[in-house]
Design a protein around this ligand. Sequence first.
Ligand code: ATP
Ligand code: MG
Length: 630
Amino acid sequence: MFGYAQPLAFEAPQEEAALFRLIRELVRPYRAALGVVLVAMLVQTAAALAAPWPLKVILDSVVSHRPLPKWLAHLIEPLMLNQPQMRLATLAALALVAIALIGAIASYIQNYYTESAGQWIAHDLRMRTYHHLQKLSLSYYDSHQTGAMLSTITDDVNTIQQFASASTLGIAVDLLTIVCMVGLMFWLNWDFALIALGLTPFLLLFVSRFKRAVKQATHEVRKKQSNIVSAVQQGLESMRVVQAFGQEALEQQQLEIVSKASVQAALHARRIKSSLSPVVNVAVAGCTAIVLARGAALILRGAMTIGDLTVFLAYLSRFFKPVEDLAKMSNTMAQAAVGVERVQSLLETDVITPEREGAVDPPPLNEGLTFEHVAFHYQPDQPVLKDVSFSVKAGEMVGIVGPTGSGKSTVMSLIPRFYDPTNGTIRIDGTDVANLKLQPFRNQVGYVLQDTVLFRGTVADNIAFGRPGATREEVIAAAKAANADEFIQKMSAGYDTMVGEGAQALSGGQRQRIGIARVFVRNSSILLLDEPTAALDTESERTVIRALEKLMKNRTVIMIAHRLSTIRDADKILALKDGVVAEQGTHEELMAMNGFYAEMHRTQFNDSSLRECPRLARGEAALQTAPAAG
Ligand SMILES: Nc1ncnc2c1ncn2[C@@H]1O[C@H](COP(=O)(O)OP(=O)(O)OP(=O)(O)O)[C@@H](O)[C@H]1O
Ligand SMILES: [Mg+2]
């Protein structure tokens, strides 16, 4: 009617559509609660509208002896005994209290249920976003900062929560309040109402301008805030490296840059936002002044009652409140729109490892695993694997060697489908792995990587991570098999010692043995070992290798090794170079070939000065085989 809807509408229609579609979906389970909120808000509005009327009755009918409006006189007739004036005053006073009481109760109910609905909606949205993030392929994480995701799942979700609960209904109620007030003012005295509301269109114009500016500024603020989260997160995650290289100042400086940018953006947004209240206040004062002067003249001429003027003044002071609220809401709405945009873009990211229609349960691996002409790249113009073919028979142990950066780890991550090959096929017992049910298949695979990541929790929890639901006996048996039981027993609380972030730290060898115990618990038939001993010194390497030997028994194993001695006894060794399997065969066969592998072997073992120090020998070998690698 007054064009309120127009300035509040969004610039981009599909953005608006996305906002409302998502909110509708989120709100659906809480319709009942929001219904209660809506009713409470309507009651509140009615109470606000009724509030100045007892005063009008007193001023007009008690003090000035004017007759009551007919419907009201009729309504309260049975209550009017003798002394009608005093009686009326008492009734008006009681009505004032009753109106306030009803308004108060409605406000309480509205507040509580609004918060409740908003909180639960935020909870759902958080879970939904996180669930989605967990499904995303690792390639998404290669190219996106986790800080931004963090900021979305916390801050943006909170913003949407505030909007979803309070604002959507608030808008409706505010509009209703405005319409009712305007209606009542016109009913009381229409030409006077016209004067009183003359300023409104200008105010609306201002508000709509204001809204656009606020949205832009808000977007900027959110972006800057998420940069801070990213910077801090990155710094904290790599604190060890930062301290080791003495780069604290650099990190601090980087944070300072983004933090200052955020301050600037926030202050800019605040400058815009703070201009609203003063402008509205001055406008209201102007209207009030006109109403007072003009009203006084009308009353003196007898064209209006004092009570009418009171109602007008009361409404006028309240009238601009919803207008202001609407403008402020456009602020919340702008923030919510930005939040939804960010959440939507996460939810719409479909870098999901697909499970094909009609996927089957994985076979138990009776025959083996084959790579058929597999090609893969992370970046389109940089092929990592060009044409990789090989096969691993069930129960075999296969070693992969090759210069650093030759794609050994990449070959491994293709097997459990962390990435899908860009060309070629990987088969388990003849079935394309892309046709297998993803989770059951991944359950068949166990990993030990160069460094075992420990989660915050007890040692037992960390081992049981390999297979949720593992019993304490199974955990201990696995730890024993992994040669970890001994050092775990010596820890302050044994298997219940807290490890991981902010708790007791473990050495590299101890971590690896927990990683091995984790795979023992998992008991998977395919084992992928990516340089599990690379980060260890000779002493702990020995204990870890002993544990690995037990683990590898009766399983199909693919093991990447820099140190060739670790895979010397493998059933087959693949030498990876320039994106293809350059040579394959047993150690003896490859040595007899006297090619690439034999060359690698010579550099590692024939330099007698290095032989005494295997770690150096390995580093040297890496340098020599891949001089270009950083
Ligand atoms: N997540 C990734 N995103 C983009 N490129 C990647 C990614 N992981 C690896 N690469 C690139 O792919 C190539 C092969 O990497 P990969 O980790 O498979 O080598 P590798 O043989 O395991 O090396 P290393 O012996 O050093 O572990 C490298 O050039 C590397 O830069
Ligand atoms: Mg690697």
